[in-house]
Design a protein. Structure first.
Length: 128
């Protein structure tokens, strides 16, 4: 599990920091960027809860981008836009446990942890 957090969680954060720097370069040169983010959840809770949770996960990434000072103005003027696709548990493999009586598998397993994520589905860059 330590390798998961080091490579996937920390690695994902480092990629996010890197891509925000690249966004800044494009935006400052007059490009418009649309980012499509998908939020995912493990299947433990009910589908409505998981969809809302996925939405909150995506909003956390948007808040990070917004807190990246130089990008805030581009979000405000819509030169940088972010679309949310909260999928919840809808695409979680059936092998991921949703058994609330077995938290070791349903919450703490590597498989369940991998389902709780945000992915960049698409990036569209256009010259203004």
């Amino acid at each position: 599990m330590g390798e998961f957090f080091e490579k996937e969680v920390k690695g994902g954060y480092e990629k996010l920091v890197g891509v925000t720097s690249i966004f800044e370069q494009y935006l400052s040169n007059g490009y418009a960027i649309e980012v499509v983010l998908e939020g995912h959840a493990s299947p433990l809770a009910n589908p409505e809860y998981n969809t809302n949770l996925s939405n909150r996960r995506v909003n956390s990434v948007i808040n990070f981008i917004s807190s990246y000072g130089s990008l805030r103005k581009y979000l405000k003027n819509k030169q940088l836009s972010v679309s949310l696709v909260p999928l919840g548990e809808s695409d979680a493999p059936s092998t991921v446990s949703d058994d609330s009586k077995n938290p070791q598998r349903a919450i703490y397993s590597l498989e369940a942890s991998r389902e709780r994520r945000v992915i960049v589905k698409d990036i569209i860059i256009k010259k203004n």
